[in-house]
Ligand binder design. Structure first.
Ligand code: NAD
Ligand code: DAU
Length: 351
């Protein structure tokens, strides 16, 4: 076996953030082995990673993280010494429609990975487990204030509750067994390869095709957006420099209401492809149950202790993202054909 400096299992590597992360890390660390462990749900797409297929330091394994024996065997086969854990059911609306899958994947899946990790850790004390989590574990903010690493957990959706449970399990494995863990809690990501169930690509597609733009409630909910590349840089830094047992909040200082954001997408598309004004396609629809009002991250800890800051401004990142979706029509068409039609019908037809 080639002697790699590190042997890292990246779970959920075929999803939105996982793909961006692998496309960033594999060329950056040619002396590391990266094993992408992904079961390829509707959200996983290996086409994102074709450019890595011939890389000697990249492998793909189609494995469900809930299958502990398969995970353990894979870790043994590659002598895995670290995990970057992204695999999850990630969409809040789907969690409201079917919470149990979220518990199975996000809670039991994480438990199964931790167990496999512990077995490897006992053989190799360099083992590190980076758990990629969300700011949604902290619940919802009013008009002021920020989430810090000490904000008490108060998850409101089945998705965020399942992620919070996973965060607790990771913490427990550190305290009880001494497993070297680090956890990140990040705000809303956007950028290339995001599945069009999420706000930005969904609104892009609908605005492009002149369909209605379904804004939940009155559109005053606030999200703190971070360009996915900035998140990937942060994960790289936390993986290499984060202190064992610590958690780090990651956010972009980019608070904006949903209504303003959809307006920006309309204006950008009007100016690039014409045919506006698209803002008139906005329709206020029935709100998401338990809809968190505002997320905002205080990223002082990662900025001061690990030297990370976001690079990409929201206007620049949004323009890049819109350009990417315009240039990758085929990718988007594949996502929205087939099963997506049923999903869209179910979620939006009577809203
Ligand atoms: P995604 O839905 O785009 O991708 C999830 C990936 O996990 C897919 O490739 C899917 O096939 C895989 N997967 C799902 N269930 C699996 C299972 N049982 N076994 C193996 N693989 C499985 O998600 P994303 O947006 O890329 O998010 C990645 C991670 O980052 C998640 O843990 C999410 O909670 C977290 N996160 C996301 C955001 C965001 O804004 N998207 C922000 C903060 C944190
Ligand atoms: O904060 C981090 C989280 O961000 C991640 O942990 C989740 O995995 C990710 O999905 C995201 O969750 P949100 O629920 O914030 O993202 P979403 O894109 O689904 O929605 C963003 C906002 O837009 C939210 O306030 C709901 C609203 N919305 C969303 C959709 C899909 C609409 O108004 N209309 C829509 O059609």
């Amino acid at each position: 076996m080639t002697e790699f400096k590190r042997r890292i299992a990246v779970t959920g590597g075929a999803g939105f953030i996982g793909s961006n992360l692998l496309l960033y890390l594999v060329p950056k660390y040619p002396d590391y082995l990266f094993v992408n462990i992904d079961s390829l749900t509707y959200a996983g797409n290996l086409k994102n990673l074709v450019s890595l297929e011939d890389s000697p330091s990249y492998r793909f394994e189609r494995i469900d993280i809930r299958e502990r024996e398969a995970v353990t065997a894979c870790f043994e086969r590659y002598r895995i010494d670290s995990v970057i854990h992204l695999a999850a059911e990630s969409h809040v609306d789907r969690s409201i429609d079917g919470p149990l899958l979220f518990v199975e994947t996000n809670v039991l899946g994480t438990a199964s990975l931790l167990d496999a990790a512990l077995t490897r850790y006992r053989a190799d004390k360099r083992f590190r487990f980076l758990h990629v989590s969300t700011d949604e574990v902290y619940g919802s903010l009013g008009a002021t204030g920020y989430f810090t690493e000490t904000t008490p957990f108060s998850p409101n959706s089945p998705y965020s509750a399942s992620k919070a449970a996973a965060d607790h399990l990771v913490r427990a494995y550190h305290v009880t067994y001494g497993l070297d863990t680090v956890t990140t809690n990040c705000s809303n990501n956007y950028g290339p390869y995001q599945f069009p169930e999420k706000l930005i690509p969904l609104m892009f597609r609908n605005a492009r095709d002149r369909l209605k733009l379904p804004v939940y409630g009155d559109g005053s909910n606030v999200r703190d957006w971070l360009y996915v590349e900035d998140h990937c840089r942060a994960l790289d830094i936390v993986f290499h420099k984060g202190l064992s047992g610590e958690t780090y909040n990651i956010g972009g200082h980019n608070e904006i209401t949903n209504l303003e954001l959809v307006g920006k997408i309309c204006t950008l598309l009007d100016s690039i492809i014409g045919g506006g004004p698209r803002e008139k396609l906005i329709e206020f629809v029935t709100d998401r149950p338990g809809h968190d009002h505002r997320y905002a991250i205080d990223a002082t800890k990662i900025e001061k202790e690990l030297g990370w800051t976001p690079d990409v401004s929201f206007d620049e990142g949004l323009a890049r993202t819109i350009r990417w979706y315009l240039d990758n029509e085929e990718w988007l068409e594949e996502c929205i054909s087939g099963e997506y039609q049923n999903y869209y019908e179910k979620m939006y037809a009577d809203r």
